[in-house]
Design a protein around this ligand. Sequence first.
Ligand code: SF4
Length: 251
Amino acid sequence: MIFGKLRILHSHGRQYIPDLSKVELTAEFRGRPVLTEDGDSRDIERAAAICPTGAISPHPFTLDMGRCMFCGECARCAPRNIRFTNDYRIGATRREDLVIAAGQSAMRFDHSAVRDEVRRMFSRSLHLREVSAGGDASIEMELGATGNVNFDFGRFGVSFTASPRHADGLVLTGPITKNMAEALDICYRAIPEPKILIVCGSEACSGGLFAESEAVDRSWLDSRRVDLWLPGAPTHPMTFIDAVTSLRKKR
Ligand code: SF4
């Protein structure tokens, strides 16, 4: 009987990813964009005009990943100028580093912006409370996936907790709707110091498609120090894992 069960387990193969730092996503995944100014500049202007979130600026030519919904329409409109790679390493410690310029070939993760206490306190264990402030549950599902059998981020001491009192930091998703602003603030204040703040998803980074909505009030974020900015619509589990790992890494 035991041999039958062992045979079944063996047939499942190895489900977890042994080395998360070597993950490569499929070519279809839309991650870090690459911009080139070759060709007809009218294509760039057309791409900027159709972008639903105003993420593209033609002069100078830039693409703000913090606003981008990764729909791919601009790349179809200006294929010689905009291409999305499958690079999921797109987290940043500073909001301005989410803006990709023409000719830029890699993301900048500014380690000097990471507080020493973050690495000192959270490099071995990090418990996070997630607050969906008007989110659509897509990023929440991806965050849940970080702990599944494939990614198993919990083996590195990172997990989500139900109580803010037991948390070391907050992961914010969603554009911050007015009706969630107070609950978000209460939850954030309940987390003991020192704490980190991770802004996860393009909607949380900029408001995304709902930036101009009357139901959104992003003033809460204005007076907060953000430790990580993670673009994506939704943010891929590997983007989250890669950026949180970089944040905790001892220099
Ligand atoms: S992929 Fe991003 S930049 Fe391009 S059109 Fe969509 S939202 Fe705009």
